[in-house]
Design a protein around this ligand. Structure first.
Ligand SMILES: *[C@@H]1O[C@H](CO)[C@@H](O)[C@H](O)[C@H]1NC(C)=O
Length: 444
């Protein structure tokens, strides 16, 4: 007997459908798209969980008369170090930048349909489609080649990436990994523990997965792949994890922080432990950490040359709303809309040359060597190393009505209110989007 279901948007519009219980969630989504006349990225159940596309609707727990929520798909940018990918509202994908590292997806266009999410390692992309399958492209050694695991990459719910590997969480809570083994692409040693996985985080060389039982890590041992020294504290419960190149930091449920991995890269936070309370958010450059506390203050530690000491600006770091990190510097938005930066000057750690322009800041975004700030009026200010997007003067006239900023390692992309995209920075690594110009204009 057919199931009668309603699919509802946040806006309140809804459509009533009748489907066979053996139809998949993905088929339900496609029917709802037609009925609602808009593109939907996911369906969500009453508890707010995404329903896996490949599951039959009865196995997904839907019963006759149920109402399912739907999320409208918006265009979204993602990036490797040297290329960008734009997921368009219709589920198609446009790429540009370094051809070998994800910028060229021509050979995959026939597969890049109905994409719901795009994830990236430093040099490859992985796209999840509505049916829960995965398409990868880019540098094969950085996870761009997933052929060895394609058979088990089904019902993928989420993907996390280290520098050269991917880890996919499946609907049943298990994990599939691929890519460079030294960067966590090989999880065979912990496969038995990867059950009921709720979230996965990554450093450059290792992964950490939160299961219902514990935090499980794998990858390079000396780069955070071994968390046994922190295991007791981690068992209290983890709220958020951030990673430098070789170390992890985790915010626990009580707002304290525990770190592990290479001590030079922030793995040792003992010097500031007493200050690491009521932490709201943790950010990491490649060698240092910055903890944003709920009172708006910031605590830093790790490698000095990577922003571990906020030194002269420490006194200004009050009422901080957000912190972002380049490879070796940090920048913070303050409650009054101004910006404070510190760390390696060649990576954006000194914003004094544009300080007078940094007003009404609403969003900060970092490449490896520069920062860009979006102001309330939709304009953008950038600073730092010009080879990494620190100079946006060539496109300044187009940087109007910007809605979101996104960075690759070496360039920036700004999405405007009308859905068009403006790029700047290293031309070979995504800063020049001329080759896909027309595709980037017709996003909406
Ligand atoms: C930042 O750069 C300015 C010049 O633009 C310089 O005068 C100042 O000393 C620098 N600040 C630091 C902390 O190095």
């Amino acid at each position: 007997m057919a199931l009668s279901l309603s699919v509802t948007l946040l806006s309140g519009s809804s459509v009533h459908l009748s489907l066979s219980p053996t139809s998949t969630v993905d088929e339900l989504r496609q029917e709802a798209q037609r009925g609602l006349g808009c593109h939907l990225s996911h369906l969500i159940d009453g508890s707010g969980n995404c329903l896996p596309g490949g599951l039959q609707i009865e196995l997904a727990g839907l019963v006759d008369g149920d109402t399912v929520g739907a999320i409208v798909r918006h265009a979204e940018l993602s990036s490797t170090h040297t290329a960008f990918a734009l997921l368009r509202c219709d589920g198609s994908v446009v790429t540009w930048g370094s051809a070998y590292q994800g910028g060229d997806s021509v050979a995959f266009q026939s597969k890049l349909k109905d994409v719901t999410n795009i994830y990236s390692s430093d040099y490859a992309f992985a796209a999840v489609r509505g049916d829960g399958s995965v398409v990868t492209w880019g540098n094969p050694g950085a996870g761009g080649d997933s052929s060895s695991v394609q058979g088990v990459l089904k019902n993928v719910r989420h993907i996390q990436a280290s520098s050269h590997a991917f880890a996919a969480t499946l609907a049943d809570g298990s994990v599939v990994t691929w890519g460079n083994g030294r960067c966590g692409g090989d999880s065979s040693s912990v496969q038995g523990k990867l059950v009921g996985v709720q979230r996965i985080w990554a450093s450059k060389l290792a992964f950490a997965a939160l299961t219902s039982e514990s935090l499980v890590t794998w990858g390079s041992f000396d780069a955070g792949g071994d968390c046994s020294a922190a295991a007791a504290e981690l068992a209290q419960g983890v709220r958020q994890v951030a990673a430098s190149e070789l170390a992890f930091g985790a915010v626990l449920l009580d707002g304290s922080v525990v770190t592990w991995g290479d001590s030079d890269y922030g793995g040792d936070s003992s010097a500031v432990r007493h200050q690491l309370q009521s932490v709201r958010e943790l950010r990491a450059s490649q060698g240092a950490f910055a903890a944003l506390r709920s009172d708006g203050s910031v605590v830093t530690w790790g490698k000095e040359s990577y922003g571990a000491h906020s030194g002269t600006v420490q006194e200004q770091l009050k009422d901080v709303l957000d912190v972002q990190a380049s490879e070796s510097a940090f920048a913070a938005i303050l409650a009054d809309g101004s910006v404070v930066a510190w760390g390696n000057e060649r990576a954006g750690g000194n914003c004094s040359s544009v300080q007078h322009l940094l007003v009404d800041t609403q969003e900060l975004c970092a490449s490896l060597g520069a920062f860009a700030a979006r102001r309330r009026d939709g304009s953008v200010v950038s600073w730092g190393n010009a080879l990494f997007g620190g100079d946006s003067s060539a496109v300044q006239a187009s940087l109007r009505d910007v809605r979101r900023l996104h960075a690759s390692g070496h360039a920036f992309a700004a999405m405007r209110e009308d859905g068009s995209v403006v790029t700047w920075g290293n031309a070979a690594y995504g800063g020049d989007s001329g080759a896909v110009k027309s595709a980037l204009r017709s996003v909406a």
